[in-house]
Design a protein around this ligand. Sequence first.
Ligand code: MG
Length: 329
Amino acid sequence: MIAMAHGGGGSRMLDLLEEIVFPLIDQAGEPEDAAALSLPGTRLAYTTDSFVVKPIFFPGGDIGKLAVCGTANDLAMRGARPLYLTLALILEEGLSFGVLQKVLESAAFWAKEAGVKIVAGDTKVVERGAADSLYINTSGIGVIPEGREVSIKGAEPGDVLIVNGFIGDHETSVLSEREGFDFEVAVDSDCAPLYGLVERMQQAGTIHALRDATRGGLAAVLREMAQGSGIAIELSEESIPVREGVRGVCEMLGLDPMLLANEGKFVAAVPEDNAGPMLAAMRFHPLGQDAAVIGKVLEGRKGEVSILTPLGSHRVVRMPSGENFPRIC
Ligand code: MG
């Protein structure tokens, strides 16, 4: 069990690192103040994120997988190849070693899957009740290949918008686990490392704009894209992929799938004449099998996102207020 002394910088902290952390996160074993890294190329992507998800284990993932994939994905969304992560733990006194081990095993497994190395880390312990079991902060560095420019600002009129699969799975999974909902159709989180799929897309054509639809869901990311790129977006409601299970939870709780967080979904703006080959390339990848064109980029009113309903009427998609549910990532 984690004791306050495990964060004290003395022999008990060394024991914790040597017995539990380093065997799992093997790259973090360098006893230096900072990792010395070699970086191919000169243009870097650099990001950081903290993870406080509750509960720390949920269908399809856990806080360790989330921390690694979330940070690696933010690098991939700039067209970068994720290379190195740091991983910092804030542990609550009394946390069991078994839980910590399980989370670190998962983080290490998904780091390998994502092609990143965890090269530095930190461990702090706070008193019982001062944190909720464990929190993780991860920072990441990736290299952006020469000549590649992927950002939220690049969408152009004439582009189509592609999402790489079903939306709302992550938040549905975490909420169901937290609230103890027992639905007929269980939904797994979509948490996954996206770099491989993005790289396949880069080979299939040009991506003008890209962002993962995490907190705030599809609605927030499309609003950010419309504002960042100075364009309007028109969606077709029928074409947005939503699972039965997610639809059911949304109907029961009065939620909108467009506002639910994802951890393995992104929106890409690509030139319309390139959409066919792009979709074909995506569907060939396990994380893009259900990719769909969900709308188009128009000159229109800058920053506006509207949705065409199956009945043929238009409504404006609002930016979520952020008050939905806390601690989903
Ligand atoms: Mg992001």
